[in-house]
Structure formats: C-alpha cells, structure tokens
Design a protein around this ligand. Structure first.
Ligand SMILES: Nc1ncnc2c1ncn2[C@@H]1O[C@H](COP(=O)(O)OP(=O)(O)OP(=O)(O)O)[C@@H](O)[C@H]1O
Length: 356
C-alpha cells in the first residue's frame, strides 16, 4: 500500500494551516474536527484547489507539489465530492457521469458501470437533476467523482446538506465504497457517528493543526485527545453477530475480549459489524453486581484515568481482553470506589450502538 505525505503551511488573516501528515494509501481516512478547524482547507490543498506555501505533497511516490513542482488539479487523478452536489441541470444523470469521464478516461480504474452499480443509480440514468431527491443527487455526484477513474477520492462532508432520513439512506452506499473500492478515500466530517461508522484512520484537527492521527480505534481511545468529544466520547469495536435470541429480541455481538447483548436488528449471525459504545453509557463497579438491570457485564482492568473538561468528571479507559472501552464517571465515584490504574473492575454497559 502506498502512502500520502502532505506538508502544508498556509497563512490567512486570522487562520493558519500548519500540517505535516503521512496518510495511508488505502481505506477511509476521516479528517475530523470542529467547524473552522481547517478540514476543508487541508482537503483543498491536497486537491490543488489551494496552494499552500511552503507545500509538499507526494501521492504514492509521485510528487504533486514541492518548491518546483505544481501539478494542477485537473492533472491530479482524484475525484472530489463537495458538500452539495453540483450537477449540470441541463444534462441527464448519464450525461453528468459522462461529462466527468471525458477528462481523464485513460486513468479509469473504477468504470462508469461499476460506479453506477456501487451507488445504486442505474434506474436514474435518464433523469435530470431537478427530478432527484437530495440523497439521490449526492449519490450521482459521488458516482461522477468515481467515473473519472480516480486513484484517490476526496469527500468534503458529503452528507452535510442532507436531513437525517437522507443521511440514513446514503450511508449504506458509503459503506459499500469503503468495502469495495481499492483506492484511498479522505472523508471530511464533524460527525463522530459518521467517523465511527466509516473510517479506518482518523486525523483530528484543531485550529489548523493536526492534534491526533492514527488508526481509528486506537485514536478514539486516546484520553489525551484535545478535541472535545464531550457527549460523543466513546470506543469503537469490530465485532461479529454471534447469536440471536428471538424470544427476547436481542442479539449477541462478540468482539476481541468479550460479548455484548443489544437489540436485535435482524442482522444475520456471522455478519461483521462495528459497534460503538459511548463513555456516558458505561459505568464501573469493584464487585460483580448481581441485581442490576444492566445486561452487559464485562471484566476488565483500568489502564488510564484522565480528567475531563468539567471538574466533576473523569474519563476512565478499561482494557477488556484485546479491546478498550471508555467510561465517564464523576471524580467522586472514582474516589469513592478507589479506582486506580491497573485495577480489576466490572464494566457495565447500558447501551450499544450497532453501526450496520
Ligand atoms: N479563502 C479563504 N481566505 C481566508 N480565510 C479562509 C478562506 N477559506 C476559509 N478560511 C478560513 O479558514 C478557516 C478554516 O476553514 P475550513 O473551511 O478549512 O474549516 P473546516 O474545518 O472545514 O470547517 P467546516 O466544518 O465549517 O467546513 C476558517 O476560519 C475560515 O474562515
């Protein structure tokens, strides 16, 4: 697998982008951070839509930018998806897809047919954009970005302009991209939910700088991450549906280190899924609680404790087998239970979200 090396410095009144990054040459990398942290600017620098100076960019060994070289956007083999689909209104869906292809047909790796199939838009090809829903338009825009046969796909909050229902409709297609594309995808988002669902690799940004970068699960489980995830702090686990209990409508998901029961969503036994456990839904006990409504009790060992922003709260990281979970507790509970690093604890998980 190749890699992307990016070093950019850009000074604007009131904002400076200053990054030095190595990104994997495959899978989905999420650029995550608050509004104004510089995610779009970084993506635009990679695309050649902004010219950072100094700026260095190497993609799989090819130099796209350095002191002497500047490869213009249209010569970079990339697909770019904007927040809002900007389709040509006078062309049909097929016309829109073909328009993009004329530019770089020689570089095609994902054919037009494949792009149409991946995004499920075969039945829309003869329609004009004004007869598509917002979600369908965005699927066409993604297919158009793929139809040029890019070697990297850049997506700037492709779901931002859609309502919740449309977001839910389009997410499965993005997951298919994740599973079936063999090109790297860089995905800008400020939604922890989208990131947990789609990304393999996480780059967290704040005020124009990279504050953390690495594989998704490990990076989310870092307690020192200076991004304020707040209510969204939590862990992501890769799991498999191990059992479905039809009488109680529950499903058991198995992850490296244990199992969790969750509401049955009809996902077949054996399916691989991602599971997100929010820190606010996890509590700890020194002894196994027998009389509790909490279904999920796991045994683990505390491996780190960090103060949260609010003086009442602490975030505790617990290792359960080969996985880690985060628990948000009050500092008073930490003190009263005498929770310290290295201690065995019982972990109670109140709620588990499946990222199908
Ligand atoms: N062309 C420009 N000239 C000057 N400043 C700009 C320009 N474009 C963006 N900025 C500023 O740069 C900063 C970073 O903007 P950017 O769009 O990269 O952030 P972002 O993290 O993508 O935010 P959002 O999630 O809201 O899209 C902001 O303060 C913005 O106002």
């Amino acid at each position: 697998m190749g890699e992307i090396r990016a070093r950019f410095r850009l000074d604007w009144p009131g904002f400076r982008l200053d990054v030095d990054l190595a990104l994997p040459g495959g899978g989905v990398t999420a650029l995550f951070g608050h509004s104004g942290s510089g995610k779009t600017t970084l993506l635009r620098c990679i695309a050649g839509l902004e010219r950072a100076s100094p700026g260095h960019l190497r993609f799989n060994g090819e130099v796209w930018q350095d002191e002497k070289i500047w490869v213009p956007t249209h010569k970079r083999p990339l697909g770019y998806v904007f927040q809002e689909a900007s389709l040509f209104p006078h062309l049909t869906v097929l016309g829109n897809l073909r328009f993009g292809m004329k530019r770089t047909s020689a570089l095609q790796r994902v054919s037009l047919d494949q792009a149409v199939e991946l995004l499920g838009i075969g039945h829309l090809l003869d329609r004009k954009p004004d007869r598509l829903s917002g979600g369908e338009r965005q699927r066409v825009a993604i297919a158009r970005a793929l139809a040029v046969g890019p070697r990297i796909l850049l997506m700037d909050e492709p779901l931002a302009a859609l309502d919740l229902k449309r977001k839910q409709e389009i997410l499965p297609y993005l997951e298919r991209l994740h599973d079936e594309l063999d090109i790297p995808v860089i995905y800008v988002s400020h939604s922890p939910n989208e990131v947990a669902r789609l990304a393999d690799h996480l780059v967290a940004m704040d005020e124009g700088r990279v504050v953390a970068a690495g594989p998704l699960k490990e990076t989310l489980a870092r307690l020192d991450l200076p991004i304020r995830l707040g209510e969204d702090a939590g862990a992501v686990l890769d799991a498999v549906v191990g059992e479905r209990d039809e009488s109680w409508h529950l499903a058991r998901v198995d992850f490296p280190g244990g199992s969790l029961w969750t509401r049955d969503r009809g996902i077949p036994v054996g399916s691989k899924i991602r599971v997100r456990v929010l820190a606010r839904d996890v509590s700890l006990a020194r002894q196994r609680q027998e009389e509790t409504s909490v279904l999920n009790l796991l045994q683990g060992r505390v491996d780190a404790i960090e103060d949260e922003d609010h003086p009442a709260l602490a975030l505790v990281r617990v290792r359960v087998g080969d996985s880690v979970l985060l628990a948000r507790l009050t500092k008073r509970s930490v003190a009263m239970l005498g929770i310290v690093r290295g201690q065995e604890v019982w972990v109670q998980v109140k709620s588990v979200a499946l990222m199908e």
